[in-house]
Structure formats: C-alpha cells, structure tokens
Design a protein around this ligand. Structure first.
Ligand SMILES: Nc1ncnc2c1ncn2[C@@H]1O[C@H](COP(=O)(O)OP(=O)(O)OP(=O)(O)O)[C@@H](O)[C@H]1O
Ligand SMILES: O=P(O)(O)OC[C@H]1O[C@H](OP(=O)(O)OP(=O)(O)O)[C@H](O)[C@@H]1O
Length: 230
C-alpha cells in the first residue's frame, strides 16, 4: 500500500505546497489535464498524491483515509474535536499565514477589548431583547475561545463566506474570520479587538494517527522525513 499524502487541490495553498516539497527534492504535480484532480510524485518511492479540498483534509486524516496531509492549522482545529489526539503536526510550512480574529464595527468607540465586548453584549441584550450576533464559519474555535475568556452573552450566526458584509447587512453585530492584509476588514468598517486573536494559522504538514501504520508505512514515512529534513 502507498503512503497517501493529501494536498489542497487548487489555489495558493496547492501551489505553495508544491513549491515547499519541490525545494526539498520532491516533485508534486497534477497529472493529466489542469482540471483533473489526479497527482503524481517524483523523487521518492511509495508516496501517492491525493488532491483534496483544504477543508476536507482534516477529516480524511482523522478517518485514516490519507496518512499525511497539508492544510491550514485553523482548519484542523476547527474541523476536529480534540485534534491533538487525532493528528500530529509534523512541520509548520511558513506560508498560508492568516489570523482568525474577532472584529467589531469601528463606530463602537468604547469597544476595544473582550471585556468591552462582554459589557456591550449585556447592554445589547437588554436593549434589543436578543443576544449580540457574531457571524463566523469557525464555530468550534470561536465558542472555545469566548468560553475561555468568559464572554457568554452572544449567539453565533453561521456565515460561510463574505462574513465581513454581515455587519453592514445587519445580520450580525460582530464577526470572527480569517484576515491576512486587513483590507477586507477596513473596507467593511470593522476593527480587530486588541485581545481578539483566536489563532494565528499557517499551512502545516500533519500526520493522521489512525489508518494503516504498519511497519512498511512507517518505513516510508521515515524515508520521507529524511528527504524533507524533518
Ligand atoms: N487571505 C486568506 N483568506 C482565506 N484563507 C486564507 C487566507 N490566507 C490563508 N488562508 C488559509 O487558507 C485555508 C483555506 O483555503 P481554501 O480557501 O482553499 O479552503 P476551503 O475554502 O476549505 O477550500 P475549498 O474551497 O476547496 O473547500 C485556511 O487554512 C486559511 O487559514
Ligand atoms: O485580510 P484580507 O487580505 O482582506 O483577507 C481576508 C479575506 O479573505 C478571505 O476570504 P476569501 O477571499 O477566501 O473568501 P470567503 O469570503 O469566501 O472566505 C477571508 O474570509 C476574508 O474575507
């Protein structure tokens, strides 16, 4: 059986993953046409490339369907409860950096910290009769973070894209989303809370704990680690 390596199937994460392996002597490439999700590996034997959505790689690792996988550290934490028991981070890869943050309207001049948000949330509930809404697709990470910080008087609104627009559209009062340049936040009149960093994410090479880790597979993993210098 081959050692299966899952890599994002498109976009910047795919290209940078190919570059990262390439500079370490392993060539990953799409085989077939540009639109076909089949891959090939040169420079090491026994490793198979599986092209997958970045968001699905955590689940496939945890299920043991792939042995290794590259995806954002945010996605592993969000998609897998107790992620550390299900996958092991082998190497941060130095690209795909983005911060998961909590942001509120710039117009909220008295709200700069989580404590301020907590106070604003209580006042909001009294004034409006429902809990302050935070739009996000990172439900698990946001809930855990706010629980730890003692903020309770809010509700999560699911937003799978264009999350910064929800405040202008009046479907949420605050958001939790990924930012890199900060452009999207600024353009939508939002500011990051001073202590509102939930997770600093980057692309990471993970190993699944489940699946076939027979001696043969372990040997292939060792060879791969040698070539990669891990
Ligand atoms: N500016 C950015 N915006 C969004 N995601 C970013 C940014 N910079 C880095 N990332 C990271 O890229 C990853 C998301 O990649 P991608 O958008 O390909 O995933 P996905 O939407 O789940 O994939 P797919 O659309 O194939 O299901 C996350 O780990 C995220 O942290
Ligand atoms: O800080 P910035 O450089 O402005 O980047 C952040 C934006 O990029 C991402 O959206 P993406 O383009 O992936 O689309 P999405 O809204 O579907 O997530 C993310 O969700 C933010 O909206």
């Amino acid at each position: 059986m081959m050692l299966k390596l899952g890599v994002p199937s498109k976009g910047r994460l795919m290209e940078k993953t190919f570059d990262w392996f390439g500079t370490r002597g392993i060539t990953l490439r799409k085989s077939g046409s540009d639109r076909e999700y089949a891959g090939a590996v040169d420079g090491i034997d026994g490793v198979e490339l599986v092209l997958l959505s970045a968001g699905e790689i955590p689940r496939e690792l945890a299920a043991g369907n792939i042995h290794l996988g590259v995806t954002g550290s945010d996605l592993v934490r969000e998609k897998l409860a107790n992620w550390e028991q299900r996958v092991t981070a082998m190497a941060p890869m130095g690209f795909g950096g983005a911060d998961l943050i909590i942001a509120v309207p710039q117009a909220w001049v008295d709200v700069d910290t989580l404590d301020d948000l907590d106070a604003a949330a209580a006042a909001f509930r009294t004034a409006h009769g429902f809990r302050l809404r935070i739009a996000t697709k990172y439900h698990r990470l946001v809930r855990e973070f706010l629980r730890e910080k003692g903020v309770a008087d809010y509700q999560l609104i699911d937003s799978q894209g264009a999350t910064e627009g929800t405040v202008k559209n009046e479907t949420a009062e605050a958001i939790a989303d990924i930012t890199s340049t900060g452009e999207t936040l600024r353009a939508n009149g939002l500011k990051i809370l001073d202590d509102g960093l939930i997770h600093a994410s980057q692309a990471t090479l993970f190993r699944g704990r489940r699946g076939d880790w027979s001696d043969g597979q372990r040997q292939k993993l060792k060879s791969l680690q040698m070539v990669l210098g891990l």
